[in-house]
Design a protein around this ligand. Structure first.
Ligand code: 4AZ
Length: 287
């Protein structure tokens, strides 16, 4: 079952359970090796625009408070999932989470690599629909800029990166098994962009959710095995060197015939009136 509300409710509970069960974490070596799901370790220097969202007050310090992913698209602009900003996740409106930070340039959450940057403004897409999960994105404005080489360009509508079959990579610190096994170190997984027709078949509506091609994009493997999972939400899906998706939802993780569903970045650009000229300093249609 992948209704957004249930997922948002489940996340903090699962993270709390993991925090309480640290000694057991090492009791699942098979799960930890097997796989973001089906992935491999990656150094953040290979994907410097991948950031972690953190609140130690809310999620505890065992994994530096990481609860979602994000992606820098300009020095002071980070995109994430709207559902990561829900009160059911954060316990309060995001502006009231006083230790809410973006962690940038850090592979191992428990290292002191990179920087923890305060958030000056949170803008949740007013078109986000928590029932359907359409429009699942939010814009964070950072209090201090990231280096220009730590940002990634967004892929506009019509870019060949959206063509079905294109190889893409998803990044995150989320669950590696679907069983609540959150990791300390950044991981990546190779997946393929799927056709809207195929995705509509996978999620025709009902219990597993509805694929809406205007605002969503699917990626995965026909046989399953490689996917984003809980805790990866808001993080980047990259194809042909550009951002095409933000981790949003899916039925389980890595299941055959149940690809990961991503926020379609061309739709984010359209909503923000983002045309590349404003990319350098993060000005967008909402400023
Ligand atoms: C989640 O709950 C979630 N397999 C994110 C991505 C996927 C499933 C669930 C895709 O945040």
């Amino acid at each position: 079952m992948r209704h957004p509300i249930a997922r948002a409710l489940a996340r903090p509970l699962i993270l709390a359970a993991v925090a309480a069960a640290i000694p057991l974490a090492s009791a699942a070596p098979v799960a930890a090796d097997s796989i973001v799901v089906g992935g491999f370790p990656v150094d953040v220097s290979k994907a410097p625009w991948t950031v972690a969202l953190s609140s130690r007050d809310r999620f505890g310090g065992t994994r530096a408070g990481q609860f979602c992913g994000g992606v820098a698209v300009a020095p002071t602009t980070v995109l994430t999932a709207a559902h990561c900003m829900g009160e059911d996740v954060l316990g309060a409106p995001p502006e009231q989470v006083s230790d809410f930070r973006v962690i940038a340039g850090r592979t191992d959450l428990l290292s002191d690599q990179g920087a923890e940057i305060a958030i000056r403004e949170v803008w949740v897409n007013p078109g986000y629909d928590p029932q359907s999960n359409a429009g699942d994105f939010a814009v964070l404005t950072l209090a201090e800029p990231l280096p220009q080489d730590a940002v990634i360009a967004m892929s506009a509508a019509g870019d060949p990166a959206y063509e079905p079959g294109t190889r893409a990579t998803v990044y995150g610190w989320g669950d590696v098994t679907g069983g609540g096994d959150y990791v300390r170190r950044l991981r990546a997984a190779y997946v393929h962009v799927m056709s809207d027709a195929r995705c509509g078949e996978a999620y025709p509506g009902g219990g597993d959710g509805t694929f809406l091609a205007d605002s969503m994009l699917c990626a995965g493997e026909e046989r399953g095995g490689r996917d984003a999972c809980q805790g990866d939400s808001g993080g980047p899906l990259v194809a042909r060197g550009k951002l095409v998706g933000l981790v949003s939802w899916g039925s389980g993780c890595g299941r055959a015939g149940q690809p990961g569903v991503y926020t379609r970045v061309s739709e984010v650009m359209r909503t923000l009136d983002w045309d590349g000229r404003n990319a350098a300093d993060g000005r967008h249609g909402t400023a």
